[in-house]
Design a binder for this molecule. Structure first.
Ligand SMILES: NC(=O)c1ccc[n+]([C@@H]2O[C@H](COP(=O)([O-])OP(=O)(O)OC[C@H]3O[C@@H](n4cnc5c(N)ncnc54)[C@H](OP(=O)(O)O)[C@@H]3O)[C@@H](O)[C@H]2O)c1
Length: 294
């Protein structure tokens, strides 16, 4: 299958490229620069910028059998909706998959109760306030004959990257492991290779108009992640709770709020309905004895 992939140079996009390639698919990468990037495992490279929707006209050619859209939105509603229009219009009436990447932050704080599933109404935190509208716009394409699908990853880890790498860097820099928000804050997490397999499964099996949580572990205590990040950084002191104002000064108020968000999110539906099987080590194990060492 020939798959158009936006965000192909990124953290998740690199893993998705690997897993699509391993499954025998051809990745057509949509990237910002014209500079050739050999060695990435792509079949072809197209130039396009999601800040300029007009640059995407013609990206989805008739031989493209699926689109996975990973490039982040700009936050400008008109631009972001025009991007969805440009990427989905050529798929109308084909039944071909269009997989949009959102994130679990659109659910907001989930509370102490049971982990929440895809049926939970969105209540986004400010950093992703614009995202539910894009999700709705994507899902509306189901009525136009596009197999429109939304994947919401949890906090992605593995391959030494993602937000957990920030915890390691901060522990190294400050000489103490840090976490943000209340002591009981939990993050839903997913290994980047497990997540990449979910994107492949979604391309094959997800029905039009569906939403899937890409979550391997529903609620990992961030204090445990911080402790593990400290271990990687060679810092064995107990994790330190960073006050909100200090976190905002380091990360900006929106990202600081996101780091302090307490969530418990279920990824069970994708396991049951799409046959997704996350198999990689959990986030704490990956930090202490996996790709973050060294
Ligand atoms: N990482 C997580 O924990 C996580 C969790 C939930 C959801 N997500 C979502 O997943 C998506 C991918 O995340 P990531 O962690 O892989 O991010 P990333 O490593 O920052 O990669 C972003 C990718 O998007 C591309 N991109 C950025 N702006 C673009 C533009 N204007 N036009 C075209 N391409 C552009 C980048 O290309 P360049 O090489 O040109 O910069 C890069 O390939 C994002 O939408 C993110 O919000 C991530």
């Amino acid at each position: 299958m020939k798959v158009l992939l936006t965000g192909a140079t990124g953290y998740i996009g690199s893993a998705v490229t690997d897993h699509l390639g391993a499954a025998g698919h051809q990745v057509v990468a949509l990237v910002r620069g014209a500079e050739p990037q050999p060695g990435r495992g792509w079949y072809a490279q197209l130039v396009g910028d999601t800040a300029d929707p007009a640059s995407l006209a013609g990206a989805v050619t008739p031989d493209i059998e699926a689109v996975i859209h990973l490039a982040p939105p700009s936050g400008d509603a008109a631009t972001d909706l025009a991007v969805i229009e440009a990427l989905t219009a050529p798929l109308r009436g084909t039944g071909r998959p269009f997989v949009y990447t959102s994130g679990v932050w659109v659910l907001g704080a989930t509370g102490e109760d049971q982990e929440v599933g895809e049926e939970r109404p969105t209540d986004p935190i400010d950093i992703v306030g614009y995202r539910p509208r894009i999700e709705r716009r994507v899902l509306a394409e189901a009525a136009e004959g596009v197999r429109a699908v939304v994947v919401r990853p949890g906090i992605v880890y593995g391959r030494g990257g993602g937000i957990p790498a920030i915890l390691v860097d901060r522990a190294r820099l400050q000489g103490v492991p840090e976490y943000y928000g209340e002591a009981g804050v939990r993050w839903p997490t997913v290994h980047v290779d497990d997540l990449a397999e979910l994107f492949v499964a979604a391309v094959y099996f997800a029905e039009a108009g569906t939403v899937w949580h890409g979550v391997g572990e529903s609620a990992v205590p961030v204090r445990e992640l911080a402790r593990a990040a400290g271990q990687v950084a060679g810092v064995t002191t107990a994790p330190h709770a960073v006050p909100a104002a200090d976190a905002a000064a380091v990360f900006g108020p929106l990202f600081a709020d996101a780091l302090a968000l307490d969530q418990s999110v279920s990824g069970a539906a994708a396991r049951t309905a799409l046959g997704w099987q996350p198999t990689r080590p959990g986030a704490v194990a990956e930090l202490t004895s996996g790709s973050y060492a060294g």
